[in-house]
Design a protein around this ligand. Sequence first.
Ligand code: F6R
Ligand code: ZN
Length: 189
Amino acid sequence: MWPFALAVDLQRGGLEPCNNIIERHLSDMRGMYIDEAATEQAIAQGDPLLYEVNQYDVPFETGQLLVVTTVIQPGRVGDEYYMTKGHFHEQIDRAEVYVGLQGQGYLLLETTGGEFEALPVKPGTLTYIPPYWAHRMVNVGREEFIFFGVYPADAGHNYGDIEKRGFVKVLVERDGRPTLLLNPRHEMR
Ligand code: F6R
Ligand code: ZN
C-alpha cells in the first residue's frame, strides 16, 4: 500500500478525500435514551440527525489504522444529551485515541467488570481509550462537538452489549449543567 495524505477540516470535521460517511438519526438509537416518550415524539417530529461519522477506509487488516472524525449535533432527548451509540471493539483488546477539535463534550468509558470513567473533552484534549474499555462521546455544549479518532483497522465494533444495558451512568442536564446520574436501566436489561 502507498502512503497518502488527506485534509482534516479542524473547524467542521470533514475529511477530504473521504470514502465512508455514516449518519445516525434518533431512530437508529431507539431504546438508548432513558426517556422513551421523548424519543418517540422527536422521531415523529422529524427524526433528528444526531451525529455524522467521516472515515477514511483502508483494508480492515491487522497493522492498518483507520482515521475518523465525528460531528455530534447539540441537543437533548428529554434531559439527556445527544451522544454516540457507544461500543466495545469486537476485538476487545484494541485501543483507540480521540482528540477533541470543536465544542464541549465528555468521553464515557466502562469495562465489562463495571469500572467507569468520564473525561471532559474540549478542543485539544487527547483521550486514550485502553484495550477492553467501551467508549461513548456526549455533546454537552450548545455547538457541534467534533472529534478526531484513530484506531486499529481490525478492531471492529460490538454495539450489542451497550444496546442491551447502556452505560453505568448517563449524562443529563440539571440546573443548566451536565450531571452524571446512575443509569436506571443498567441493571434492568
Ligand atoms: C471507532 C470509534 C469512532 C466511533 C464514532 C461513532 O472505533 O470509536 O469512530 O465509531 O465516533 O460512534 P459509534 O460507533 O459508537 O456510533
Ligand atoms: Zn471505537
